[in-house]
Design a protein around this ligand. Structure first.
Ligand SMILES: [Zn+2]
Length: 430
């Protein structure tokens, strides 16, 4: 821990050189930011219960229940895949093309080695033939057995990693968006030029095997996938200190996606943080799609203090923020399915002052959050304060160089990690 803190201090005190910045890229596109409105007659034709925090939490509780045993071993993943497929069917979603199943299996010795669950909502009349993918991984870390030697006897204890935030929260959003759109548009999405493919991936926690398998064996041509969205952890926030915030990452690789993210605005009760994909230290199911140069978006509320711990349980999810993020994802998915333009891949854009502005807003919220942590060493508050000042300095210049941007990114990553560990330790005394 100390080494991490020192690293941040060195970084923050070092001060990075200023240089002439490149021209800021144009991000807005009036066509893309103005998706056609839904036909009111078609929309009113079917009354559908809105997505609610209660509905989302019912899924989270089922997925993160002790009976699921952390969705790691095959029988528990199979039961989860069955639950998801049943929800997709209840929503009125179809199987893809002429397939008769929603399960994409990879053969194993006795049982499937992997099972993705895939459902389809077709476009309205005159669809272009391409599609949007909305996804979330449903597997988690399962259980671990610990042995404690006490003199001559060995005590075994089983610990379950429930994975409520990671990623029952994302699956809950996926299922609710599927239910809402599926029930509302049973005969296809009116006004939508693209269909929506819903995928619940298996084995994200094991080197992204589920999403890698899909990219290697797509059910619709990848060239027809206009945008890939994945939701991974939507129920908490970074170190639980920036409630309501939502990271939208990957817009640097598509101008149209960036424009629609702008159009979607802020999640209710929180701030949208639009930063580059390199702000994500780990990785998630977007990676194989990004490598295939398909425009993508990674949605996450970040690593909470219970990240990959047995304490990632349903009761710690923040239902109203989960709801706000699910509604934001719904809005974005609908815009992507209706937008007249096919998003195109672009190489990452130049350093961008908007990114630093979002980051600055996040740091201000983090400073407020840290004030609520008991017994926090003053050094942490000072570090965060210094980082905020560093960002202010960058913003005063109104243009960002690559070196300055790299400094801001490294600082943010280290700070988030330090805050996550620190807040956890101070709150629980561990
Ligand atoms: Zn995850």
């Amino acid at each position: 821990m100390r080494r991490t803190l020192l690293l941040v201090c060195v970084l923050l005190l070092s001060g990075l050189p200023y240089a002439l910045a490149e021209e800021e890229p144009k991000a807005s596109d009036p066509k893309a930011t103005d998706p056609r409105p839904t036909d009111p007659k078609a929309a009113d034709a079917r009354a559908v219960a809105p997505i609610s925090a209660e509905r989302l939490m019912a899924h989270v509780r089922w997925l993160a229940a002790p009976e699921r045993k952390g969705r790691g071993a095959w029988p528990d993943r199979k039961a989860t895949a069955d639950y998801i497929a049943a929800e997709f069917k209840k929503a009125g979603l179809q199987t893809v093309g002429d397939r008769t199943t929603m399960f994409q299996d990879k053969a194993g010795l006795k049982e499937p080695a992997m099972r993705n669950v895939i459902a389809w909502l077709p476009p309205g009349k005159g669809g272009t033939g391409d599609h949007v993918i909305l996804s979330a991984h449903y597997d988690h870390l399962g259980q671990k057995v610990f042995e404690v030697e006490d003199g001559e006897s060995i005590t075994r204890s089983t610990v379950t990693y429930h994975g409520a935030d990671d990623n029952a929260s994302g699956v809950a959003a996926l299922l609710e968006i599927a239910r809402y759109l599926g029930a509302r548009y049973k005969d296809g999405l009116p006004d939508a030029t693209r269909g929506i493919m819903f995928i619940a991936f298996d084995l994200e926690e094991q080197q992204l095997l589920g999403s890698k398998h899909y990219v290697a064996h797509p059910w619709l041509p990848l060239s027809a996938c206009s945008t890939f969205i994945t939701m991974d952890m939507l129920g908490r926030s970074v170190a639980d200190l920036v409630p309501g915030s939502l990271f939208a990452m990957g817009t640097e690789n598509s101008q149209a996606v960036e424009a629609l993210v702008r159009y979607a605005g802020q999640p209710k009760g929180g701030k949208l943080i639009k930063v580059g994909i390199d702000f994500q230290p780990g990785y998630s199911d977007y990676v194989p799609f990004m490598e295939a140069k398909i425009p993508y978006l990674f949605l996450t509320s970040g690593a909470c203090e219970d990240y990959h711990r047995p304490t990632d349980v349903a009761s710690r999810i923040q239902p109203t923020h989960l709801l706000a993020r699910a509604l934001w994802a719904l809005k974005l998915t609908q815009s992507l399915s209706r937008s007249s333009r096919m998003p195109r891949w672009r190489a990452g854009v130049a350093p961008n002052v908007e990114e630093i502005k979002d980051l600055r807003a996040l740091i201000s919220t983090l400073e407020k959050g840290l004030a609520s942590v008991p017994n926090l060493p003053p050094m942490v508050t000072m570090m965060v304060g210094n980082y905020g000042k560093y960002l202010d300095k960058l913003l005063a210049d109104d243009a960002i160089t690559k070196e300055e941007r790299d400094g801001a990114r490294t600082g943010a990553l280290t700070l988030f990690r330090a805050a996550q560990q620190m807040a956890g330790q101070m709150r629980s005394g561990r």
